[in-house]
Ligand binder design. Structure first.
Ligand code: UDP
Length: 481
């Protein structure tokens, strides 16, 4: 038994937001728990994906599953979440064949949120099955709770816009609710409920959070009197898992520029791998940054009205010319203090740099964790999916961010408000506590991952043990013992 090395198959759905934490989980299973890992990737943007995976990692093999054509299966106006879900569903036959083609059969299948339909493959092939919620415990709580509520409670939240009360957890105000709830006729809503039913069928749910970050919600997920009665499945907070600063990242002009700026003087502005702004909002943001008189790096994409996730599958488009949508003279006037980067920037390296002192973020969970583990305070600017919930948690619960008075997805945030928010986190006395608090959280996250007694390390060790037992059991069975 001692020599047995479990083999885990990991499945990552499209989008850097899923691939990055699943890849980091794979690395941790290999490095700290002696696993072999095969990572199956369903990627739409091969070039950006390749940049993540270019360095070989011992005992971690990456298999790209063939891209499927879903154009005939969905409405062209379907949400990004629906597109990903349908893509994952259509990929299942090739996942099954690819697992069967592996030399050593995996002991466990670990999928992200959008891969729960692959549990059927795991069951057929006698594998343990886990789901990795790459977001918060609070998001997991709402996901598994919603399928159990009756129609009147659902109506209360979605139609009457009352807060959704989740046993043992913070309620979700309607203004911060999930994107999936905004249109009950949309397929996303139905799929979201299905996922909420399937997740607790796993042998365990991993979460990219840690005990000290969300103690109350994690407690409720485990407590039978509270939310635990809904999801009778063990939960394992294993985070914060975030992409480390890459040794191979070439020193590009962005990092060279950053190097010349004073300590904690630069605000980094970026909306994740797919976020886009409307043209009016882009104009206001440009003015707000300029008026704040702070140094900045801004990842700029061509504006798209009425589609905040417009670049999700189209990162290659528009790399030229995004800047032409900025107010006239903006680039010349801010040349001394600002840097505009088209489409994509080395975010982790920027956030880890000592010159960076703030982050205006769409609050995708990876970006959030990257900010926290580098002790960088945020302006929360959610756009879609569960980002409003993340923004609420960062501002009202954790105290590491400020946000506009009403959500940026509801209206155009004015230049004056942006100027005020930027100043607040970067230099105002009022932002002192926020800057202090995020540094405390940075330390708390580091502690959770320590291999001697860290809570997240211990959580993943428990999963490793289950896999080792299962492997041992299967071997014994095969030998007729
Ligand atoms: N990212 C990056 N450069 C960019 C934009 C995004 O490296 O210009 C990375 C970022 O560091 C993060 C991921 O892409 O790891 C985005 O994930 P997140 O969960 O924040 O948001 P999503 O893209 O899923 O909305």
């Amino acid at each position: 038994m001692q020599n047995a090395k479990p083999h885990a198959a990991l499945l990552a759905s499209p989008g850097m937001g899923h691939l990055i934490p699943v890849l980091e989980l794979g690395k941790r299973l290999v490095t700290y728990h002696g696993f072999h890992v095969t990572l199956f990737v369903v990627a739409t943007d091969v070039s950006t994906t390749q940049s993540l995976l270019e360095e070989p990692y011992p005992n971690l093999n990456v298999v790209n599953l063939p891209l499927v054509d879903i154009s005939g299966l969905i409405d062209p106006t379907a949400t990004i979440v629906t597109k990903i879900i349908v893509m994952m569903r259509e990929t299942l036959p090739s996942l099954r064949s690819a697992i069967l083609a592996l030399k050593s059969p995996p002991t466990a299948l670990i999928v992200d949120l959008f891969g729960t339909e692959a549990f059927a493959v795991a069951e057929e092939l006698n594998m343990l099955k886990y789901v990795f919620d790459t977001s918060t415990a609070w998001f997991l709580a709402i996901t598994i709770y919603v399928p159990t509520i009756d129609k009147s409670v659902e109506d209360e939240h979605i139609i009457q816009k009352q807060p959704l009360r989740i046993p043992g957890c913070k309620s979700v105000p309607f203004d911060d609710t999930l994107g999936a709830f905004l249109d009950r006729n949309d397929q996303t809503f139905i799929e979201f409920k299905r996922i909420g039913i399937e997740m607790p069928m796993a042998d365990g749910i991993l979460m990219n959070t840690w005990e000290d970050l969300e103690p109350t919600t994690i407690g409720a997920l485990r407590d039978f009197q509270m939310l635990g009665r809904v999801a009778k499945v063990p939960v394992y907070p294993i985070g914060p898992l975030a992409r480390p600063v890459g040794p191979s990242v070439p020193r590009n002009h962005v990092l060279n520029w950053l190097q010349k700026q004073p300590n904690e003087s630069v605000i980094y502005v970026s909306f994740g791998s797919g976020g886009t702004l409307s043209s009016d909002q882009m104009t206001e943001l440009a003015w707000g940054l300029e008026l704040s008189k702070q140094r900045f790096i801004w990842v700029v994409r061509p504006p798209i009205d009425n589609d905040a996730s417009g670049a999700f599958f189209n990162l290659a488009d528009g790399s030229e010319g995004a800047q032409k949508f900025l107010p006239e003279g903006f680039l010349a006037r801010t040349r001394e203090v600002g840097l505009v980067v088209p489409m994509w920037a080395p975010q982790v390296e920027i956030l880890a740099h000592p010159s960076t002192g703030g982050f205006l973020s769409h609050c995708g969970w990876n970006s959030t964790l990257e900010s926290i583990i580098n002790g960088v305070p945020m302006i929360a600017w959610p756009l879609y999916a569960e980002q409003n919930m993340n923004a609420a948690m960062l501002t009202e619960e954790l105290g590491v961010a400020v946000r506009p008075k009403t959500s940026a997805s509801e209206r155009v945030v004015s230049r004056a408000e942006i100027e005020m928010l930027v100043r607040k986190i970067m230099e105002d006395e009022e932002g002192f506590e926020i800057r202090k608090r995020v540094k405390e959280l940075k330390y708390s996250g580091e502690k959770a991952l320590r291999s001697k007694g860290g809570s997240s390390y211990n959580s993943l060790s428990q999963i490793a043990k289950h896999c080792e037992h299962s492997l041992h059991f299967q071997k014994a069975k095969a030998q007729g013992a």
